[in-house]
Design a protein around this ligand. Structure first.
Ligand code: CUO
Length: 683
């Protein structure tokens, strides 16, 4: 098993490829000896490459080497599907490396990276293989390009080991004249964008191998993960004195928000195009991207969704209908909406969500007259930076919610856990009882792999992000059944009041419920006090997994952790677990429910799987680990007027506040303080 994947040429100083001559693209053939001499001299390791029967890569090669690559553009998606299949069909890892070395200088690097990542994630013989995080490979998709100029200066003038991190400024994409800028720290967070990229990597839309696409409850997870993004973003907005996001529903109207990404593509040597305020989407005619589509097409698809939801059934290609029922309706709709190759009727319901991304991302140059590429909405690694992402997904979520509103409300039987009473929930942490604390934090990310000017050694960038103090949930549960029971503990948090300060009615509040954690728990007869650490969340992955900074890179040569580390980069970044709150203390309600695990459980073996962020990402190669609908018990409307009317004996709530301090800590300091707290306890 190789210890280094085939990403390594850029900036790598410890590997060399010994290639058969015909593996080199024509332009390098005359200089192969020089290349081997130049890079071979200080190579620490040789990667074996077999002289295999090379596959036909002419289809994926149609995307020019220096272009942008978008999963949402159908032609790109098809090319990627082809390349994924080539990588998946290689007999063994050495053949895979061999074909990679053949492809690497011929195939668009973004597409290459995406397809190889999908293959590594899905091939049985590459599970557990450690690959660099995307933010390291392509940092140009995440940070201000000025950083690269500074990094270039630093790497050429300062010896490795003596370099100070380059500082990535905070909030650099707009001034405070733009109200949307108040939530830029969320939209432009590196961890959030990495999570979104990873999510779409775990759930690809297209492949000849349907098993790669057809994962358990994939359509439902598409709905739920994006619904949670909207709930989180809306709460974040309210913490910043902004109203909830307005859905983008009038495809003929202007998009009031502009966005100027200030990102450069190092591969394409171009700046990412902006979108001016008040831009409208227009009919697209871009032969270069093989796209010809009219706005009316989006409207037709949309109307067909609304008809199907109204009828409670979708139309199948054979003219029959298929019901949108309680158990699977949302999954069917999710697959139609996204849409992927497992859509049950792509010719009728089309490609609504993906093409929404495409129309918006080409709004500045719909017919390619300015030879401009797509904007950030066209790429899953950058889409969440743009305010319009949330407007589009709020709209998509509203369509899903129309379906949820057709389902009967949960009955008491579907909510209760007889003989189990939850008497209270609270949090304990540094801020005292039921007070959560947030502030800024500075962390570092490694840039050296992604810089195309071959620096030797580490080059760190320092950036600022939101962070919270760790805390514990304390839940009191009384089990009067006289026997041991097993419960599923479901913890959510939501705002108490809307943007105008009015108490949120249940119907609005349920859609703002943010899942914080979900876990199973044994309950002895009598009183049980459950203490659960915030860091154990089933929604998040730890900081180290998101960024894998220098100090903690499992899988490096010599690391003993390599075997235990897995390619599990999907997961909400832990530093964004909580909304920012406010300086005065933002009031939220913490909710807990204990449901009967015997009814929720999925029997499966979880050994060796990535399952610590299962709520938003599922578990690789396994079923979604909860039989209930995603978002339960808040996924459906209920006649309750207020949350208090909705409560059952197996639920409890607690008002708490999130207090934000406008100060910045450095990550190392925080770790030291946390260690002291872990030793001394919170009290
Ligand atoms: Cu994740 Cu629209 O699906 O970006």
């Amino acid at each position: 098993r190789p210890t280094e994947p085939c990403f390594m040429q850029k900036g790598s100083d410890n590997a060399v490829l010994e290639l058969p001559d015909h593996y080199y693209p024509d332009k390098y053939k005359t200089v192969t000896n020089q290349l081997v001499n130049k890079f071979g001299a200080d190579a620490g390791r040789t990667i074996p490459v077999r002289n295999i029967a090379l596959p036909d890569v002419s289809h994926p090669q149609q995307l020019p080497y220096n272009d942008q690559f978008s999963l949402f553009v159908p032609a790109h998606r098809r090319m990627a599907g082809k390349l994924i299949d080539i990588f998946m069909n290689m007999r063994d890892v050495t053949d895979l490396q061999s074909v990679c070395s053949y492809c690497q200088l011929r195939i668009n690097p973004y597409m290459f990276n995406y397809c190889l990542s999908v293959a590594i994630l899905h091939r049985p013989d590459t599970k557990g293989l450690n690959i660099p995080t995307f933010a390291e490979t392509f940092p140009d998709k995440f940070v201000d390009p000025k950083v690269f100029r500074k990094a270039r200066e630093t790497t050429t003038t300062v010896q490795k080991g003596e370099r100070m991190p380059v500082v990535i400024p905070q909030a650099y994409t707009a001034s405070d004249l733009e109200p949307e800028q108040r939530v830029a720290y969320f939209r432009e967070d590196i961890g959030i964008n990495l999570h979104h990229w990873h999510w779409h990597l775990v759930y690809p839309f297209e492949s000849a191998d349907v098993n790669i696409v057809n994962k358990d409850r994939r359509g439902e997870l598409f709905y739920y993960m994006h619904q949670q993004i909207i709930a989180r973003y809306n709460t974040e907005r309210m913490c910043n004195n902004l109203a909830r996001v307005e859905r983008y529903q009038d495809f003929r109207g202007a998009i009031s928000e502009g966005y100027f990404p200030k990102l450069d593509s190092q591969v394409a040597s171009r700046a990412w195009p902006p979108r001016f305020a008040q831009t409208r989407i227009q009919d697209l005619d871009r032969p270069v991207d093989q796209i010809r589509a009219d706005v009316v097409q989006l409207e037709t698809w949309r109307d067909r969704f609304l008809e199907a939801i109204e009828a409670g059934a979708i139309l199948l290609p054979n003219g029959r209908t298929y019901p949108l029922d309680e158990a699977t309706g949302i999954d069917v709709l999710g697959n139609l909406m996204e849409s992927s190759i497992i859509s049950r009727n792509r010719s009728h319901y089309g490609d609504l969500h993906n093409m929404g991304h495409v129309f918006i991302s080409f709004a500045h140059d719909p017919d390619n007259r300015h030879l401009e590429n797509f904007g950030v909405m066209g790429d899953s690694a950058t889409a969440m930076r743009d305010p319009v992402f949330y407007r589009w997904h709020a709209y998509v979520d509203d369509i899903f919610n129309l379906h949820k509103a057709k389902l009967p409300a949960y009955t008491p039987q579907q909510l209760d856990f007889p003989a189990i009473r939850v008497s209270s929930i609270g949090v304990e942490g540094r801020g005292g009882a039921n007070t959560l604390r947030t502030q800024w934090e500075q962390s570092t990310v490694e840039l050296s792999r992604g810089l195309d000017f071959m620096p030797r050694g580490s080059m760190l960038a320092r950036f600022t992000h939101l962070q919270h103090d760790d805390f514990n949930y304390v839940i009191e549960v009384n089990n009067t059944s006289g026997a041991n029971q097993m419960g599923t503990i479901r913890i959510f948090i939501a705002p108490v009041a809307d943007e105008r300060g009015r108490t949120l009615p249940f119907e609005e509040q349920r859609r703002l419920m943010i899942e914080l954690d979900k876990f199973s728990q044994g309950l002895r007869p009598g009183n049980n006090t459950i203490r659960r650490r915030s860091t154990e969340s089933s929604v998040t992955i730890p900081y180290e997994r998101t960024f894998r900074n220098q100090e903690s890179r499992p899988g490096d040569p010599g690391s003993t952790e390599a075997a235990g580390f897995d390619f599990c980069g999907c997961g909400w970044p832990h530093h964004m677990l909580l909304p920012k709150g406010t300086a005065q203390g933002y009031k939220m309600v913490l909710f807990v429910m204990v449901s009967n695990w015997m009814e929720d459980r999925i029997e499966q073996d979880l050994v060796g799987s990535c399952n610590d962020a299962a709520s938003y990402c599922g578990i690789r190669d396994r079923k979604y680990p909860d039989r209930k609908a995603m978002g339960y018990p808040f996924d459906r409307p209920n006649p309750a007027r207020a949350l208090s009317d909705f409560l059952r004996p197996n639920m409890a709530v607690r008002e708490c506040s999130i207090n934000f301090t406008d100060a910045t800590r450095v990550r190392g300091q925080r770790d030291a303080e946390d260690a002291v707290r872990a030793r001394d306890g919170y009290d």
